[in-house]
Design a protein around this ligand. Structure first.
Ligand code: 13P
Ligand code: SF4
Length: 309
């Protein structure tokens, strides 16, 4: 647990536990959330793990501790559940770099293309796409598409570029990016490598191409956790959002984790606190609602992804 915990954390956790039972709720938490929020999770994971969990849960209520597109994904896959985002303002700037009208214009310029859409996107954008992907399965999803089909990839130019390099498939990339991962520069990684010779470098595919080029492994957050667990190495340089250090350190107390940059903090991910989780359970706030026609079309893109990967 971190040193900045609210003093009443014991009571907060007890009240969260009581209400979660009364409401028949499940608390799903992304790996970038505050450590104390990760510690109250029924399940913590990356975007792919969390969407699978949401699709399979029999809980009545899903409290989703992450950003809006993640809670929307849960609602799209589990429409008969109440899905709550404890801070309704917790968005993803990359997801907002393309909207429905922009995507429709992009598609009109490439009428024969299939559209692959990173799950970090709005429900409206997912509804316009052929198939979704996450950082964990993007290469597999792209490789599953017919070799002679033109491909568009939205909204992350860095994940799209990484997939192009690993699959050899050419795609037209939308120029979106994650502002948090863009803060990690190659010189930060070079410096850490000089400070920790022999350390294994792990990078998220949302990082700049010059950063992933320096990595030993390019992985989703869930894949990082599994890789470290199985690795014999003792020191890891980690190029992604700092929240991942909490489960890495907790699950691997004998190993050392060095952030590539102390600046890699996603302000939206950090909006959710234990107080807001409790408030969310007490007041059933903030519910995610998606127009049914949009939800239905977005679900088709997500189900195609889940069928591939
Ligand atoms: P993961 O799916 O790898 O956890 O990544 C989600 C995300 O938002 C990365 O910025
Ligand atoms: Fe979006 Fe980047 Fe934050 Fe992930 S880390 S939620 S991509 S802004």
């Amino acid at each position: 647990m971190s040193a900045t915990l609210p003093e009443n954390v014991g009571t907060l956790v007890e009240r969260i536990d009581r209400l979660r039972r009364e409401r028949r709720a499940v608390i799903l938490v992304h790996n970038y959330q505050l450590g104390e929020v990760q510690d109250v999770a029924d399940f913590a994971g990356d975007s792919l793990d969390l969407s699978r969990r949401a699709a399979a849960t029999d809980a009545k209520v899903i409290v989703f501790c992450g950003v809006r597109f993640m809670a929307e994904t849960a609602k799209i896959l589990a429409p008969d559940r109440t899905v709550l985002l404890p801070d309704g303002e917790s968005g993803c700037p990359m997801a907002d770099m393309i909207d429905g009208p922009q995507l429709r214009r992009f598609k009109a310029e490439h009428p024969d293309a299939a559209v692959v859409c990173y799950v970090n996107s709005t429900a409206e954008v997912k509804a316009e796409c052929d198939v979704c992907c996450t950082s964990a399965n993007a290469a597999k999803v792209v490789a599953s598409l017919p070799a002679d089909r033109e491909l568009l990839f939205v909204p992350d130019r860095y994940l799209g570029g990484h997939v192009q390099r690993t699959t050899g498939r050419r795609m037209t990339l939308w120029p979106g990016y994650c502002p948090t991962h863009a803060r990690i520069l190659p010189e930060h990684v070079e410096r850490r490598k000089r400070e920790h010779p022999g350390a294994v470098v792990l990078a998220h595919p949302e990082c700049r191409a010059e950063v992933t080029a320096l990595a030993d492994q390019v992985l989703s957050t869930g894949q990082m956790l599994r890789f470290v667990h199985e690795s014999d190495a003792t020191t890891f340089i980690v190029a992604t959002e700092l929240g991942i250090l909490h489960p890495l350190q907790r699950d691997n107390p004998g190993k050392r984790f060095v952030p590539a940059s102390e600046q890699a903090i996603c302000p939206d991910m950090k909006r959710i606190t234990l107080e807001k989780v409790l408030w969310s359970l007490e007041e059933l706030q903030t519910p995610i609602e998606i127009p049914e026609e949009t939800r239905r079309r977005a679900e088709a893109s997500l189900r195609r992804m889940l069928d591939v990967a």
